[in-house]
Design a protein around this ligand. Structure first.
Ligand code: PHE
Length: 343
């Protein structure tokens, strides 16, 4: 009985390891052929006492069946392997090129913007896209119910209010990242660029509900408007070309004082004024010197430190660069490959 068991196991192992049809055929003859091993066991059967005959006969039958099945299975797998091999080895066949994707145009723009600022020592960060009211507004010098908040057409998340931080919002601008970064580093020097998704309740040809902003923040000793202007000019020349520069136009934000809108000179007349731009300038985005109350909100002493900040839309900045004349900004997020493949 034991011998038969061992034979069965060894034979099955040899069958599964067979490398070719010929090898398998030889094994088949060796095990199941007329003078094969199975038949040899069968001859032994006659010499056994009747009570053992039955058990031995059953095991022999099982063994035979198991070997037959294993051989059949191996046969078909060798056949299919051979077929696919032939297929693969047609070296004259031209290769199949996998379709190649490309990064979304806004992802490309974000990478370019990060690189520009990283070159002058800004650290790229990315802060939450779902945020507390305190970070999005209150710490930025916009107390509850302040009318200035209206400009940020905010989405509120329908969830429980936090006792300390207030309601939960979808970040309406990246300025909350100023607060997060100052809290993270605790004290200056700070030089960050925060690029993240923003959401506002606006949806038309020039707005998508979701868009991106990049926010710059520098806080240190003796930081002045000259540093702000130097930085925005640097960005303009790097992102738009050597002849482009910015100008500051007085504006009002609660979290900066003084505040500005940053304009960039027209690519055609470079600021003189022409038929397309009229004034010579195009609006880029907001900026200003960090308001003392904002510094105080994160325990930075406004007597010792000062800073500047700016926050612009990525989509808007990018479209101005390429002069794409896209009629509907929503096309960018429509997932139409015919459009997206062009970038
Ligand atoms: N957060 C402002 C906006 O969304 C832009 C801004 C950023 C203004 C930083 C001043 C300083 O319009």
């Amino acid at each position: 009985m034991e011998e038969l068991h061992n034979f069965k196991n060894e034979a099955l192992a040899l069958i599964t390891e067979a490398k070719s049809k010929q090898e398998l055929e030889d094994l088949k003859v060796k095990f199941l052929g007329r003078k094969g091993e199975v038949n040899k066991f069968l001859q032994n059967l006659t010499q056994l006492p009747p009570e053992e005959k039955k058990r031995f006969g059953q095991l022999l039958n099982q063994t035979k069946q198991a070997l037959e099945q294993a051989i059949a299975r191996k046969e078909s797998s060798l056949v299919s392997q051979q077929e696919t091999k032939l297929d693969w080895f047609d070296i004259t066949r031209p290769g199949k090129k996998p379709p190649q994707g490309n990064l979304h145009l806004i992802t490309q723009a974000i990478e370019e913007i990060s690189t520009i600022f990283e070159k002058i020592g800004f650290i790229r960060v990315r802060y939450p896209e779902v945020e507390w009211d305190w970070y999005a507004f209150e710490s930025l010098n916009m107390p509850k119910d302040h009318p200035a908040r209206d400009e940020w057409e905010t989405f509120f998340v329908d969830t429980q209010e936090n006792k300390k931080w207030g309601k939960m919002v979808l970040t309406p601008h990246t300025s909350s990242g100023q607060i997060r970064e100052m809290q993270r580093l605790k004290k200056p020097p700070i030089r960050m660029v925060n690029i993240a998704k923003c959401h506002r309740r606006q949806h038309d040809v020039t707005h998508t509900v979701m868009f991106h902003q990049f926010e710059g923040l520098v806080v240190d000793k003796n930081i002045s408007i000259a540093h702000l202007k130097g930085t925005t000019d640097y960005f303009a020349s790097q992102f738009y070309g050597p002849q482009r520069k910015t100008r500051l136009r007085p504006f009002n934000f609660k979290f900066t004082e003084p505040s500005f809108e940053i304009d960039i000179n027209c690519p055609l007349c470079l600021g003189k004024g022409c038929r397309t731009c009229k004034s010579g300038w195009h609006e880029l985005g907001g900026a200003g010197m960090v308001h003392p109350n904002v510094l105080k909100a994160v325990n930075i002493d406004p007597e010792k430190y000062s800073g500047f900040a700016f926050g612009w839309g990525v989509e808007r900045s990018y479209l101005m660069k390429e002069d794409l004349k896209i009629d509907d900004l929503r096309t960018i997020y429509s997932n139409d490959l015919r459009f997206l493949k062009q970038f």
